[in-house]
Ligand binder design. Structure first.
Ligand code: UTP
Length: 278
């Protein structure tokens, strides 16, 4: 896999209002899929794609997330005494990962959350994984995205977004890309000429919706700093920053294969828990 993308930001500071009142006390990212929390499946997706440098952007009260990945010597000692070697392997999986935590003090949008990690980014590009989307069967979304990144290497600095062909009556739930055709002779890679946040079905320029995985260059952070969403709520969104870069930065959509599950709603979560039973 791509050796150039070595860092990932996981913005998981959102309030999770669709899961209230549960999220008053427990972050939705800690909901279990089998015996693992959702966030562990997302971290595992990073590891599987060769990324071992991970920054969580959390809000106050979500400290249980980084704690889940921290080594617990007392528990490991006890498990080893009881001969539970398989469980020990699962726990030690994260020993070689560099985890970092930053706070988003106010929920001012996903782009604002990503900005909190700017100082931590060392590489020229970084992967962004939102907390709700999971990929099952076949290749993960991140792995596919990295392939799209490699295929577009000749373009220099660029952004690649994971997209999926969504039903037209659901375009108002996604950021939708407006395409300028396929890239080279790839059937999965699209050149992006426009981005529209949650358009009504009749106004959507395509049915290709962005699904929670991005590879962005450093320059996107500069754009995020000067971007405010045009929706009057003052939020800073990643999609608006990328929209602002469209004239100066090649942006691509990579149409992911396989099944994606959206755990961001109670119904979606139930569906995901049924599909994935590790
Ligand atoms: P969502 O739009 O799904 O918001 O955020 P949410 O808070 O998670 O859930 P609802 O809509 O209130 O139920 C998409 C991603 O961006 C993060 C979220 O944690 C999620 O991973 N996010 C969003 C932040 O980190 N900070 C924000 O201010 C907003």
């Amino acid at each position: 896999m791509s050796p150039t993308v070595t860092q990932a930001i996981l913005p998981i500071a959102g309030l999770g209002t669709r899961f209230l009142p549960w999220t008053k006390a427990v972050p939705k990212e800690m909901l279990p899929i089998g015996t693992r929390p959702i966030i562990a499946l997302i971290v595992d997706e990073c590891l599987e794609a060769g990324i071992r440098d991970i920054c969580f952007v959390i809000s106050k009260g979500k400290e249980v997330i980084p704690r889940y990945f921290r080594r617990d010597d007392a528990l490991e000692k006890e498990l080893s005494k009881r001969g539970k070697g398989d469980l020990l392997d699962e726990l030690r999986k994260y020993d070689e990962v560099r985890f970092h935590v930053v706070y988003q003090e106010e929920q001012l949008g996903d782009g604002h959350a990503i900005l909190q990690a700017e100082a931590w980014v060392e590489s020229e590009e970084v992967a962004i994984l939102f907390g709700d989307d999971l990929f099952v069967g076949g290749e993960s979304g991140l792995r596919q995205l990295l392939r799209g990144y490699e295929e577009t290497a000749g373009e220099g600095e660029r952004a690649v977004l994971a997209v999926e062909n969504v039903p037209r009556d659901r375009t108002n739930r996604y950021g939708i890309i407006d395409v300028a055709g396929n890239y080279a002779d790839s059937k999965r890679l699209w050149r992006v000429k426009g981005l529209v946040e949650k358009p009504a079905p009749g106004r959507a320029p395509s049915t290709l919706g962005i699904v929670g995985r991005y590879l962005i260059p450093r320059s996107t952070f500069r754009m995020l700093r000067t971007t405010h969403s045009g929706t009057n709520d003052g939020e800073i969104r990643l999609i608006d920053a990328l929209k602002g870069q469209l004239t100066s930065l090649p942006v691509f959509g990579y149409e992911c294969e396989g099944k994606r599950l959206d755990t961001g709603t109670p119904e979606g979560y139930v569906d995901a828990a049924k599909h994935i039973w590790p």
